[in-house]
Design a protein around this ligand. Sequence first.
Ligand code: ADP
Ligand code: NA
Length: 327
Amino acid sequence: MAVIFSGVQPSGTITLGNYLGAMKNFTSYQNEHECYFCIVNQHAITVPQEPEQLRKNSRNLAALYLAIGLDPDKVTLFIQSEVAEHTKLGWIMTTLATIGELERMTQYKDKAQRHGNGDSIPAGLLTYPPLMAADILLYQTDYVPVGDDQRQHIEITRDLAQRFNSRYGEAFKLPAIHTREVGARIMSLQEPKKKMSKSDANSLATPYLLDEPETILKKIKRAQTDSENKIYYDREGKAGISNLMAIYSLITDKSTDEIEQLYEGKGYGQFKNDLAEAIIETTRPIQKRYYEFVHSDYLDQILTAGAAKAARKAAATLNKVEYLMGL
Ligand code: ADP
Ligand code: NA
């Protein structure tokens, strides 16, 4: 039995990219492994959030975790800020990191660039990776199922863990990333060379898990493609259609080769209609369960119990770390 940990930020509405790249895999681990799924609200505040909206987003995300099929009797589902060990170990990991290695993180560079000069870049964007390392290391995690955009953050997590272990003594297991081959990076529907993200302001670029059927159809129909009108997989030359094929592949469990055969001699119009239909079929039952969970007290009980359970394991790791460091 391995330990699995993964987190999602409650910084907006969950996208099809979040679901296909990470969340959809979560359910496959729950029967055999010890799973921790976290709503990382302390990561979300690395950029300003509206308080009431953040509170609501955290709860909505919890409902969505349950709606995709996570069983609270099998997994530990909790909100990061409710387990104080995260920030305590986060600070310790920050003291192990160097400014240089944090400044080299591509996600930091991208986000910092959008803020302009140092006087307007929130420091939390820089120190995000040590907090993420703490999230993972507290649970003695073996595997972290995430999208490809998190690869560098998992690498620095291993580096920091190793640094601690060799400097102070063995406290951490070194975690490994788990990504899928297709779909580890779902791209924007409008700019297929850019990662799909919750925080994209262009709503046409992003299908959300809770979008109405008509909205999904509209977004897929307007997705950027090319003028060739032939369906084959070529990430470089045909980024738009290849991205749609990756989505189709993940949803229907058909390989991209099978999809090419299926659509030989057919155009983008039919493919897009079928894709939209497949997305709608997938999201319909998730949405139904979501609206049941989000309106129930059951959800709050699950989160309270989840935080208590997570804290027990987290405290064991933190105690050891503090002892080894002389704290
Ligand atoms: P976002 O970047 O959309 O705000 P998060 O940072 O909360 O998403 O990440 C939640 C999970 O979704 C992570 O495992 C992340 O790797 C994954 N993820 C985010 N965007 C994508 C994408 N475009 N394709 C595949 N996986 C993604
Ligand atoms: Na991200």
